[in-house]
Design a protein around this ligand. Structure first.
Ligand SMILES: *Cc1c(COP(=O)(O)O)cnc(C)c1O
Length: 354
């Protein structure tokens, strides 16, 4: 694929790494390409970062035709830059595209786009451990018509934002509220697709939890409100009586690449990991009996996020005395070690850019 590059004549300045937050500062450029039914993708280009101009009837603005991905470029100690399992993100984006009737992209083109873009923006990859250049690819429908149908025109874009460490003040376990009113998605719905609409629909529960002093909600399934699914926008894992249990991918759960990597790392270390349905009743009895030893969320942003307390109804239960557990810490060290190139990657997960 040919990518036309137009460089900015006003290059920006990288903020102090200690002051980097998340998703507020953007790099000098952005990647764009357009799609039309019958013609396919065309006009692949990198241009100065700028506002988009959309027809007011664009499909994305009315019918939510949008999917996205999230991955990071990491700076190794030797100064080089690398991605973590980027092909997994491209494959998942194509699965999301199928669900939302948006066009898929060629896997090789996807890797070429990421590589070309990150090379061009290399100065924006921060250097300290825990920081990264967050990459946000997204595709949206932009038919200039209010008719409801599979989109005929779309745009694929890639923007990037240098991000600070998720754990600036150390890894502190969070308090989570089990949500039994709203549901995130349902089987047969869009739960396994990374689409903007899922986020819009789950914001309310998160806001309510936050007002009650909890950082996020633990989602239950949308059919019976019985089985545990995810925590906020992360997958979730529990250590119960020595065994690691994570909800099986039923279709309403987002298949996280961190989740998959955690399972593979844990199995390689000899832990028993089971993917199965886990009911909230089973979880609450494990909390009451003390069988629940550890709980954590996992996703690209935090890597792992230990859960220090779980609330159900008007009861709150501490998990591991509110401290990070040994397995959670082991996973954090193993994954971040590979991502930031501090330990050997025995799995073949890193994709070196430079
Ligand atoms: C992106 C996402 C995750 C985590 O996926 P990773 O590939 O590990 O970053 C989990 N749940 C939801 C709802 C997500 O959108």
């Amino acid at each position: 694929m040919e990518i036309k590059i137009t460089k900015t004549d006003k290059p920006g300045v990288m903020p102090l790494e200690s002051e980097l937050g998340f998703g507020k500062v953007f790099t000098d450029h952005m990647f764009l390409m357009d799609y039309e039914e019958g013609r396919g993708w065309y006009d692949a280009r990198i241009v100065p970062f700028q506002n988009l101009s959309l027809h007011p009837a664009s499909t994305v603005l009315h019918y939510g035709a949008e999917i996205f991905e999230g991955l990071k470029a990491y700076r190794r100690a030797d100064g080089g830059v690398q991605l973590f399992r980027p092909l997994e993100n491209i494959k998942r984006m194509n699965n999301s595209a199928q669900r939302m009737c948006l066009p898929e992209i060629d896997e090789k083109d996807g890797l070429q786009i990421l590589e070309t873009f990150v090379k061009l923006e290399e100065k924006w990859v921060p250097k300290s451990f825990g920081t990264s250049l967050y990459l946000r690819p997204f595709t949206f429908g932009n038919d200039e018509s209010l008719g409801v149908h599979a989109v005929k025109r779309a745009t694929f874009a890639l923007i990037a934002s240098p991000s600070g460490s998720y754990y600036k003040e150390g890894i502190n376990p969070v308090k989570i509220m089990i949500e039994n009113e709203d549901v995130r998605t349902v089987r047969g719905g869009t739960g396994y697709a990374k689409c903007g609409g899922n986020y819009a629909a789950s914001t309310r529960a998160g806001e309510r939890a936050s007002k009650k002093g909890y950082s996020q909600v633990l989602w239950l399934d949308g059919v019976e409100r019985k089985y545990v699914e995810e925590v906020g926008a992360m997958n979730v894992m529990f250590k119960i009586n020595g065994e690691i249990i994570t909800p099986v991918l039923t279709g309403s759960i987002l298949p996280g690449i961190t989740r998959k990597s955690c399972i593979e790392v844990l199995r390689a270390k000899g832990y028993k990991v089971t993917e199965r349905l886990l009911s909230v009743d089973e979880l609450v009895s494990a909390l009451e009996s003390g069988a629940l030893e550890e709980a954590w969320g996992c996703g690209t942003a935090a890597v792992v996020s230990p859960i220090g307390a779980l609330a159900y109804g008007d009861k709150e239960y501490a998990v591991n005395d509110g401290k990070i557990g040994a397995v959670t810490q082991e996973l954090y060290d193993a994954l971040t070690g590979i991502q930031w190139g501090k330990i050997n990657d025995d799995f073949g997960w890193v994709y070196k850019i430079s």
